[in-house]
Design a protein around this ligand. Structure first.
Ligand code: SF4
Ligand code: ZN
Length: 741
């Protein structure tokens, strides 16, 4: 730890304890030992002394043992050069400081006039320092810390570099629902002779008080104690902790109250001592000026003291250091957002602007970045906005969400990415379909009228990622590209990553794992749909493979991806397991009881609306065709992709049809029950191109190296008859296989 901090904190504690001693002597002289002391309208005596030591102090005389306790915690001030390898002495100095603060502050209520306004909110005129919160305020506000309405507080000490900065920081903290508890700095004098951030807010005409969550405690560094007093009372009243059980109080605060200290301007010995006091509670300090660092590990969750940090970065830094999870409860966009709008369709004529859906290049992509490279809630639209284009325009679109977080892992990226579908759909007037580079988005005319912009897609992702994935990420910024050249360029980057993710499953096989995973994300659209995802069969949207599900389950153990124990093998060739069937029964709301993962004819898996491909049998050809979403032409089944999706989608199990991910075609388990890839008789040419490399390897291993050429495509066959003719010409192996039906 920093030697400097220890020295200064201990020196600060010595000064404050001496000050408390002097205040107490004077109070004894002026009022006598039996004079009552209290923080008005509170039932917790001196909350720090009561909480930490179980001392129920009611009179001036009873302050004496508290002072003794403070004195006993003071160690000699170490020379700045002496290095102590542990925090102990500094922490003790911190506790001594808190006891001294409390003595000094409670005695202020004996002064005439009392230097504090006994009110909930600051009056417009005159003195505005509020001092300790009374019990009415405590009950009303404290509960917010328990139910999560307010995640915590920022104890702001000292004076910001300018009034503008003070206002900006206050707003930033308010937006995050944090309480801003302000005290002045005794050593610093800032702009216009101000000593505290509250003076600056006052100057800017900002309304202060408990109602606006901007609370000026006092014009003295010792008034910082009211923040910790508040935290202590929260533990006593809401945490059910017994007075005197200091360990529990500190632990409660460390785990439940996301508080931190922001130190602005010059940080004197006394301020160092306050910071040391706060560390006891697990509240770290972020300082504008360089006061050294106390890095992990120990009392706080992460770092204890971080400095120097530029004023505009302090809030973000503090949130990171404290491990605070930002919740954006209301998504700040001009349309309603909620699950109720998820299934809403937007017709072509009601669409103001449209992206993707095979009409323009489009993709969505989540990637991890270093925390330094991500500025939370920075949303950029690079290219035309919806306000720059006429109604009915089709624009290219590339959504790149960059996330950072201590717990973030690359494996989590596809989990977040896949949820864009639900999140964007929840906005009224926004339609989202598909994923990765086959997504399709519409913004309605009505939403545009209300002021909804392309940038708001990023706003929604920011809010939703924080609320759903707060446990793994701290920050997210979104870049939205709407110029074709940018979209094409970025799409290549995204595609390289999609490919890498797909290949990751690599050598794992369905036989060598015991556990598969379910995915029921699509149940919001297709209530009986269940994907069972094994190493050799991805989810049918192509976004979720076995690893993705595993990661998703790790993020949210009660979420949509549950482990499914395979159980006994019922049929290895059809891909039927007892555990999977049992799971399916519950997960499909008792509608389905059987899945054959490798079959299209017998209890195939259900199909939802977002599959990458749909396979269908061609009885006359004794084979199976498959078509990818991007192919909009007719298929030999007599149906286009969209008609096929309408026929078997929506969570149905329909023998003869099955939705699947592209990569399933190049899995050794592809329709194993029906003869595998040898059964494949027709695919669009573009799909063939897509999978060529891997497909040829498998075909070669199966003794038909030129199988891909034997398979018909739209250039040689548009009808089932033409497919049959092609098969005969090419001597396709499907003709030799057992009859399909
Ligand atoms: Fe999950 Fe399957 Fe829907 Fe993909 S298609 S999101 S894997 S349920
Ligand atoms: Zn789906």
């Amino acid at each position: 730890m920093s030697k400097l901090i220890a020295t200064r904190a201990i020196r600060g504690a010595h000064k404050l304890v001496a000050r408390a001693e002097k205040s107490l002597e004077e109070a004894l002289k002026n009022h006598g030992p039996d004079k009552k002391v209290e923080f008005p309208n509170t039932g917790y005596y001196l909350p720090i002394a009561y909480g930490m030591l179980g001392m129920a102090i009611k009179t001036v005389g009873e302050l004496k043992p508290l002072l003794k306790k403070a004195q006993s915690l003071l160690y000699p001030i170490p020379a700045e050069k002496i290095w102590v390898p542990y925090l102990g002495h500094t922490l003790d100095a911190g506790m001594a400081t808190l006891f001294a603060d409390e003595i000094i502050e409670v005695l202020k209520y004996l002064e005439d006039p009392i230097p504090y306004v006994l009110a909930e909110n600051c009056p417009d005129e005159g003195n505005f320092w509020l001092g300790a919160a009374d019990d009415v305020i405590m009950r009303k506000r404290g509960i917010e810390f328990v139910d999560g309405t307010a995640p915590g507080f920022a104890a702001c000490v000292g004076v910001c570099p300018s009034t503008e900065v003070a206002v900006k920081i206050a707003r930033e903290l308010q937006e995050k629902n944090l309480y801003v508890l302000m005290s002045a700095s005794n050593s610093a004098k800032g702009g216009n002779g101000k000593r505290g951030m509250a003076d600056q807010l006052k100057e800017a005409g900002v309304q202060m008080g408990w109602e606006t969550r901007l609370i000026p405690f006092g014009d003295d560094v010792t008034s910082t104690i009211h923040a910790l007093g508040f935290a202590t009372r929260a533990a006593l009243s809401f945490g059910g902790v017994k007075p005197g059980d200091y360990a529990k109080i500190l632990k409660y605060n460390k785990n439940r109250i996301f508080a931190f200290v922001l130190a602005f301007g010059e940080v004197g010995d006394e301020e160092h001592a306050q910071a040391a006091g706060a560390i006891n509670y697990g509240f770290p300090t972020v300082s504008e000026t360089d006061i050294g660092q106390i890095l992990p590990t120990g009392v706080c969750t992460y770092e204890h003291v971080v400095s120097p940090v530029k004023p505009e970065e302090m809030v973000q830094k503090a949130i990171e250091v404290r491990g605070l999870k930002v919740q954006v409860t209301k998504v700040p966009v001009p349309v309603s957002v909620g699950a109720a709008f998820e299934g809403e369709r937007i017709r072509g004529e009601d669409t103001y602007v449209e992206f993707g859906g095979n009409k323009t290049p489009s993709f969505e992509f989540v990637r991890t970045k270093d925390t330094k490279e991500v500025q939370d809630n920075k949303i950029e639209v690079i290219g035309p906005e919806s306000s720059d284009v006429k109604g009915g325009t089709k624009l290219p679109l590339g959504i790149v969400a960059e996330v950072a977080g201590r717990e973030m892992q690359e494996d989590f990226e596809p989990v977040l990415e896949r949820r864009a579908h639900n999140f964007l759909n929840e906005a009224q007037g926004v339609f989202h379909m598909g994923q990765r580079d086959i997504n399709w988005i519409r913004i309605s005319k009505e939403a545009k009228e209300k002021g909804f912009k392309i940038a708001h897609l990023g706003t929604i992702l920011h809010a939703k990622f924080h609320s759903e994935f707060g446990a793994i990420m701290d920050k997210v910024q979104v870049k939205i590209y709407t110029k074709e050249e940018d979209v094409l360029k970025m799409r290549e980057e995204a595609r390289a990553v999609y490919k890498k993710r797909d290949e990751r499953v690599g050598s794992l096989t369905d036989e060598n794992v015991d556990t598969f995973y379910s995915c029921t994300l699509c149940q919001s659209f297709a209530p009986t749909h269940v994907c069972v995802i094994s190493p050799e069969r991805t989810g049918l949207c192509g976004s979720y493979n076995w690893f993705t599900c595993k990661a998703s389950n790790q993020i949210n153990p009660r979420g949509p991806n549950q482990p499914v124990a395979k159980g006994d093998v019922i049929d290895a060739k059809k891909g039927e397991w007892k555990g999977v069937n049992d799971f399916l029964y519950e997960a499909s709301r008792k509608v389905l009881d059987r899945f054959c993962a490798y079959s299209i004819m017998e209890s195939p898996m259900t199909t939802c609306g977002c599959c990458e491909c749909i396979a269908a049998i061609l009885p006359a050809a004794n084979g199976v065709m498959t078509v990818n979403r991007e192919f909009s032409g007719m298929t030999p089944s007599g149906m286009k992709f969209s008609t096929l999706a309408g026929t078997c989608g929506g969570g149905q199990q329909m023998p003869g049809f099955v939705g699947h991910g592209k990569r399933y075609i190049i899995s050794k388990k592809f329709l194993l029950a029906e003869g595998g890839i040898k059964r494949l008789v027709w695919m669009p040419k573009s799909l063939k191109e897509d999978i060529k490399e891997d497909f040829n390897k498998i075909a070669e291993a199966q003794g038909v190296p030129n199988l891909l050429d034997m398979i018909a495509d739209e250039t040689v066959a548009a009808t089932e008859e033409e497919v049959v003719a092609h098969l005969q010409k090419m001597k396709h192996p499907a003709m030799e296989l057992a009859p399909l039906m």
